[in-house]
Design a protein around this ligand. Structure first.
Ligand SMILES: [Mn+2]
Length: 351
């Protein structure tokens, strides 16, 4: 089953709890990833300290983000930035470095694959930094935020509920969750995909409390998910080779649609994950997303293997991103998604 997190983790949790408790007189500027895990994490941080919150629609924190944020807090004295469920990967290092150069203090709470020496750029609590095992990634950002809230002296069923919802959203087994948690996560993912409205945390809170609104959104989200499942199944193509490779062209899903492309890849993966050795690649014109089952990882076909191979074979096409064994995302030079997918097919088929 799951790995125990060590003492170092607990120490970091406590440190961040204190940092947030002591930030009462600072502007705390919170950015959260646009999915259930990110939203739950943000709601949990908000229990510790008052925040000004913004949804992050991109899982990479680039220099553009950093410059716009620096402008946003330009006249603030000693602001504290908190990133939840994104921002510690390789692609975010330059963004973090830019904030650091400006002297802004940044906390990053994440569980995606961390970039090299990211801890030198910010105060990072990423579950993957506490060992090599891929399962560490199951300690999601929302779950970690719940632990920080508890360490800050907050308690109650709502904290557990938000942690369970975060786990349900990311399909993590760290906490047992039920049907209601799954539904709650679905509603949040659904709302988050309409991110052009720049949803505030207050809005998510309202939806959770307003029964009628919640029920109506849940029905819409369930319908949307059913419909996309059918579409995704129809579009899955299979290549037999050293492992079974399923590809899904997700070009028809816009940037702001539900379910988002990464989650759509998961939807496709769910339908075939029990086969022997399976690699699922969802792709679009400037990116792709890997979901890989245990059998394929054990055979040596983890996401990191594919990414390393692609870097060797077509370095000019890859723009960043990353991941580990079972899940990863890649940004690709605009228009070259199809080429990269063809190379993945080659990798699977060649002798
Ligand atoms: Mn997450």
């Amino acid at each position: 089953m799951l790995l125990e997190l060590n003492e170092g983790f607990q120490k970091k949790v406590k440190e961040l709890a204190n940092k947030l408790l002591n930030a009462k007189n600072r502007l705390v500027y919170l950015r959260y990833h646009r999915d259930a895990d990110g939203i739950c994490g943000a709601l949990l941080i908000e229990k510790i300290v008052r925040v000004k919150s913004f949804q992050q629609n991109n899982s990479v924190y680039g220099i553009k983000n950093a410059l716009s944020d620096i402008n946003m807090v330009y006249y603030e004295e000693n602001p504290l930035m908190v990133f939840v469920d994104f921002g510690s990967g390789e692609g975010s290092l330059k963004g973090l470095e830019t904030l650091k150069a400006r002297g802004i203090e940044v906390i990053v709470i994440d569980h995606h694959f961390p970039g090299n020496n990211v801890e030198e750029k910010a105060l990072v609590l990423n579950s993957r930094l506490f060992g090599e095992e891929d399962e560490l990634g199951s300690y999601t950002a929302g779950w970690i935020c719940g632990e920080i809230a508890k360490a800050a002296g907050k308690e109650g069923e709502e904290i557990e509920m938000l942690q369970r919802t975060a786990c349900a959203g990311d399909k993590s087994e760290v906490m047992e969750f039920g049907e209601e948690d799954r539904q709650r996560a679905l509603v949040m993912d659904y709302l988050a995909s309409y991110s052009q409205f720049n949803n505030r945390l207050a809005f998510y809170k309202k939806v959770l409390k307003d029964k009628e609104l919640y029920e109506s959104l849940l029905r819409q989200a369930e319908d949307g998910l059913e419909e996309s499942k059918e579409q995704i199944k129809r579009r899955m193509k299979v290549v037999e080779g050293k492992v079974k490779l399923y590809t899904i062209n997700l070009e028809w899903i816009g940037h702001m649609q539900f379910p988002a492309r990464g989650k759509s890849t998961t939807v496709g993966f769910e339908t075939v994950k029990d086969e022997k050795e399976v690699v699922v690649v969802g792709h679009w014109k400037n990116g792709l997303s890997f979901r890989i089952n245990k059998g394929a990882v054990e055979k040596g076909f983890g996401a990191n293997y594919f990414i390393e191979e692609l870097k060797k074979r077509m370095p000019d096409f890859l723009e960043g991103g990353g991941g580990h064994g079972r899940a990863a995302a890649l940004r690709i030079r605009d228009g070259f998604g199809e080429h990269v997918v063809n190379e993945i097919k080659r990798i699977v088929q060649e002798e």
